[in-house]
Write a protein of this length. Structure first.
Length: 109
């Protein structure tokens, strides 16, 4: 999967998507999606680097539990239909009174 393909999936299920940091205007909107790369690697062949392989964290914030969050379900279903099955973790963040669902995915850049 490429970063553009990942971005398209995220935008298909949420109008509040931020790349790298939460936009100030989206900070208090729910549900919202924030994604960023946190690990960089190379795809190497014949002794030379050919492409960048980056691991992205995708965070989905919502006011309803994950099992009732259409954004979480939609993104999960879209990824599964393409053969990607990331483990999605969930936590409740008391200070924000919000649910945080997150997963990682390797993408080619």
């Amino acid at each position: 999967m490429t970063k553009d393909e990942l971005s398209q999936i995220l935008h298909d299920f949420s109008s509040n998507v931020s790349d790298s940091i939460t936009d100030m205007e989206n900070q208090n909107l729910y549900p919202r999606v924030v994604y960023w790369s946190y690990a960089w690697d190379y795809i190497v062949g014949s002794g030379a680097a050919h492409e960048d392989l980056r691991t992205y964290q995708v965070s989905i914030w919502g006011k309803v539990p994950p099992e009732h969050n259409a954004v979480v379900a939609g993104i999960r279903g879209a990824l599964a239909s393409l053969g990607y099955y990331p483990t999605i973790h969930h936590e409740y963040v008391r200070e924000d009174a919000a649910f945080h669902s997150y997963f990682s995915l390797e993408v080619i850049e």
